[in-house]
Design a protein around this ligand. Sequence first.
Ligand SMILES: Nc1nc2c(c(=O)[nH]1)N[C@H]1C(S)=C(S)[C@@H](COP(=O)(O)O)O[C@H]1N2
Ligand SMILES: [Mo]
Length: 318
Amino acid sequence: MSKYKSVPVLSSEITSKSQYLNRRDFLKAAGVVTGAALLAACVPQAAADPARSPGNDAAYSGKTDELGSPLNSFDDITHYNNFYEFSTAKDAVAPLSTNFKSRPWTVEVGGLVKNPKTYAIEDLLKAFPQEDRIYRLRCVEAWSMVIPWQGFPLANLLKAVEPTSDAKYVHFVTLMDKTQFPAEGSQFYPWPYEEGLRLDEAMNDLAILATGLYGESLPAQDGAPIRLVVPWKYGFKSIKSIVKIELVDKMPGTFWNTIAPNEYGFYANVNPDVPHPRWSQTSERRIGELTRRATLPFNGYGEQVAYLYEGMDLKLHY
Ligand SMILES: Nc1nc2c(c(=O)[nH]1)N[C@H]1C(S)=C(S)[C@@H](COP(=O)(O)O)O[C@H]1N2
Ligand SMILES: [Mo]
């Protein structure tokens, strides 16, 4: 038995979208002020105008992913969040994150590299040209969204620090700070959140470090000021609010694998043929849609990433 609390991942997803919306309405009726309302109270009128909110930005209207699916709204992307450092309740993350301080911020990049360097977030934004990437995000809980990120390929940063020939994996670590992340005081979880990729996966062009979405700097609840996005893997691999990136020679530990190794493997590639021990992965609920969609192998990115797993039994390496 794991010494950590048994995985609440499923119970949060048991809340359906309609229940979740009802809960938000209920919170409002009960006078609980949501993050958006709090924000509106202290910004100039123009920014509080919903017609001008980022989700309505003309630059994004009518955009889709490459499969033709519409973008999720800014409101969905910023109010339906998994970020356990704040809360295990998806709708509680946004209101709890309103005072999060993502400046000053540094990211230490080191380990098995020729040029270790600690970057201020401003350096990362300046040194690496930011690109737009519209990606599907598929959570292991079987819901998904389409998100317009801004960021840069992780490969560009890795090339800058020059991994040595001994480097085989990349290890990522989230900020550890109980004053900023209230739930990091809980002994039920193995803080800080950490994740990992094999070096060749990390070098794939689809893997990005995201610094913004919908043209805005990354909202706190989505992992400000910088988070990983690996669109062909379950969402838990896309670690938020990164302070450390370390090149290592052995497969690093990961938050969810430490909690429940039989449920959350290191690879965590989206795979409709490998059920989670407690639920099927054959379909998913796109936030904002009423009927379920079929889940695609590698979340629809197989052409770009399947080569990474040639000769591997993906039922074994889940
Ligand atoms: N540090 C940290 N990163 C995290 C998580 C978390 O709890 N803490 N949750 C993960 C999970 S399970 C998912 S599905 C995505 C959700 O990202 P989003 O809230 O921006 O949609 O973030 C991932 N990154
Ligand atoms: Mo997730």
